[in-house]
Design a protein around this ligand. Structure first.
Ligand SMILES: Nc1ncnc2c1ncn2[C@@H]1O[C@H](COP(=O)(O)OP(=O)(O)OP(=O)(O)O)[C@@H](O)[C@H]1O
Ligand SMILES: [Mg+2]
Length: 625
């Protein structure tokens, strides 16, 4: 059951957090490592195969330097001073080449395995996030910028893909190479090995510090990226561009974008540069080791220490040189992993969001509800939007009404009175703060939300259409609908003749959000869409307010047709459209102040009569003009 305001989970507005995150680093997620590891669980087998390939590959890679020692000391310049052993030399050289070929083949197989695993894990994460966001409540979307949501899905998930793809092999491969190189070095000469690794602990400490800095920058970079996509999304949409053009704000928008872009560039450069100095030092130290080795070897040979062969020196420096790349690789991976923590934290933060409205464990299907389908009841419902302050007046205050199956119940009242909010509560798009909403006789909180939505058709105040053909937009309501069904719905919605007049008919692309269509056309397509769904309950949000008298009548006919035989809750600004309603509730400041039929309410001489008088006067002006 929902708590007060149906607002569960520790979610604070993500937008308001923008500033917090710019200053601090990424959100804290406990056991992040374990959760990232869990992402790989479905691919265990492939990971094991990768590990085997990596270990074999590393083992294969460690042999050639040992062969080098043999080539020098046994074949080319035998230590006993005899002449070169060409037969042995041939065998050794061929073995070396064979090992290189084998190593390359193993490398290809390993790349295939890791790139499939990495990309699938990334893909799984993306789909999981998408599905999770779809389950979020309406309130989440009203308080979070679309661009910011998109950015988590694209930039953050995309950002970890490299880490997911390369980390496992890189860690495995490089660790094995480093260990095997160390073993080979120890086998060749213990003293030289100690000299070669004396700086390692210091480097590792420095590396950790660099990683922390990088993680913080990464968090800020992602935050700035999401701000960039939010600006793009807000400005470069049809509504956004219309707004900025109509206020001549393109320059200002470009400047805003450019400013955020500068932040982004700065962060990217900082991220790229952080650690470069460190890596330069590592490289210098590692590259200088052979020189030091030669020097030390000189002392070994001339001094009292156990002398050393030329083959050992060459082999040792060969192995040591092979150590450089994997060691740097390991350090880079460690850095990347630390950096990606910030991105993973952002991803899991979203995945951890609990929708404020979720079905209870034993949610009832509407079919099993005790009351008749189509009956809607509000019992003393009070409601406050989750992000409205606790001290603000309630949006709805003690609203009670019943809509019996098949009845047409209308809501009228001033703007901001709470009419749309009432419609949101009926299908549980929000949950009441107090009181209860009953659908088919059961509290909506005990019902499965999907089963409520299945039985409801909504024509909202703003019609939303996808950038697709009219046919596809209509079929969204019922994927199995035939062309004949679609046409019948459009005839009933009074829109068929308009669509038939378009050059491409039902294949006309409506454009982003349906901008290709007029307001009235869009509304009627929305009505046709609901008719196709054919639900027992209709919610109509003042579909006629923005239309002239003729279009209004056309839309009104469509609505009357749609409402026939269904429970209909409708909101209207033009009172002419609700004259026929069974009950009209007049809503003012979140309360139902009057109820009755058109005639009763006129006779009562209250707010309704006042609104009606205003509209009559307005109509007279219209008529005169
Ligand atoms: N997501 C929201 N968060 C906070 N407050 C909201 C939200 N949506 C609406 N409100 C507020 O709730 C009140 C009622 O809004 P509602 O949309 O129900 O009004 P309405 O009666 O439909 O108005 P209109 O006739 O203009 O459409 C308004 O004061 C509005 O500012
Ligand atoms: Mg409204």
């Amino acid at each position: 059951m929902g708590g007060p305001g149906g607002f569960r989970g520790g979610f604070r507005g993500i937008d308001e957090d923008t500033q917090r995150q710019r200053n601090a680093s990424a959100p804290r997620i406990p056991d992040l490592g374990r959760r990232v590891a869990a992402l790989f669980r479905p691919y265990r087998r492939r990971l094991v195969a990768t590990a085997i390939l990596v270990v074999v590959g590393a083992a294969v890679g460690v042999i050639p330097p040992l062969l080098v020692q043999r080539i020098f000391d046994d074949a080319l310049f035998p230590v006993d001073g005899s002449s070169p052993q060409l037969g042995l030399l041939g065998v050794l050289v061929l073995s070396m080449i064979g090992l290189f070929v084998l190593g390359a083949a193993l490398g290809i197989a390993q790349t295939w395995l890791t790139s499939t695993v990495g990309n699938r894990v990334t893909g799984d994460l993306r789909v999981r996030m998408f599905a999770h966001l779809q389950a979020m409540d309406l309130g989440f979307f009203t308080r979070t910028k679309t661009g910011v949501i998109q950015s988590r899905l694209q930039n953050d998930v995309g950002g970890v893909s490299g880490v997911l793809t390369n980390t496992v092999t890189s860690i495995l491969g490089n660790t094995v190479t480093v260990i095997s190189a160390l073993v080979a070095m120890l086998l060749i000469d213990v003293r030289l090995t100690l000299i070669a690794v004396v700086m390692m602990p210091v480097l590792i400490l420095v590396q950790r510090r660099v990683g922390q800095v990088r993680a913080r920058i990464a968090g800020q970079t992602q935050e700035s990226l999401s701000e960039l996509s939010a600006i793009t999304q807000e400005t470069l949409s049809v509504s956004g561009i219309l707004l900025s053009k109509s206020f001549n704000r393109q320059r200002a928008e470009s400047d805003r974008y450019a400013a955020e872009n500068r932040t982004q560039i700065g962060l990217q450069v900082r991220q790229a540069m952080s650690g470069q100095g460190f890596f330069a030092v590592v490289q210098i130290i590692m590259s200088s080791v052979p020189a030091v080795i030669y020097l030390v070897a000189g002392f070994f040979i001339t001094g009292d220490a156990v002398p050393i062969t030329a083959g050992a020196v060459v082999a040792f420096t060969t192995v040591q040189a092979r150590l450089l790349m994997p060691l740097m690789g390991l350090m880079r991976v460690a850095l990347d992993v630390q950096t990606s923590r910030a991105l993973f934290a952002r991803i899991f933060e979203y995945l951890d969001l609990r929708p404020a409205i979720a079905d209870v464990a034993d949610a009832l299907d509407v079919a099993d509800a005790p009351g008749p389908l189509g009956r809607i009841e509000f019992r003393d419902v009070s409601f406050r939007y989750p992000d409205a302050g606790p001290d603000s007046p309630a949006t709805l205050d003690g609203v009670s009404f019943v809509a019996e199956p098949g009845q047409h119940v209308a809501f009228v009242g001033p703007s901001g009175a709470g009419k749309t909010t009432i419609l949101y509560l009926a299908p549980r798009l929000y949950e009441p703060t107090e009181g209860s909403v009953l659908f088919a006789g059961a509290d909506v909180r005990s019902l499965s939300q999907a089963s409520i939505i299945d039985r409801i058709g909504i024509v909202s105040q703003e019609t939303y259409l996808f950038h697709a053909s009219i046919r596809d937009n209509l079929r969204y309501a019922r994927p199995g609908a035939t062309d004949a069904d679609i046409e019948a719905a459009c005839v009933a919605a009074n829109i068929h003749h308009v669509i038939a007049g378009f050059e491409d008919g039902y294949d006309t692309i409506v454009g982003e959000r349906g901008y290709r269509l007029s307001g009235g056309e869009k509304q009627r397509i929305a009505i046709a869409r609901v008719l196709l769904k054919d639900p027992p309950v209709l919610l109509l949000d003042e579909a006629t307010s923005a239309l002239d008298t003729v279009s209004e009548r056309v839309v009104q006919e469509a609505i009357d047709e749609a409402a026939r035989g269904r429970t209909t809750l409708s909101i209207a600004h033009r009172l002419s459209t609700v004259i026929a309603a069974d009950v009209i509730h007049v809503v003012d400041a979140g309360r139902i102040v009057e109820s009755g039929t058109h005639t009763e309410l006129l006779a009562a001489g209250g707010l309704y009569a006042e609104l009606a008088a205003q509209q009559v006067a307005a109509a007279r002006i219209d008529g005169a003009g």
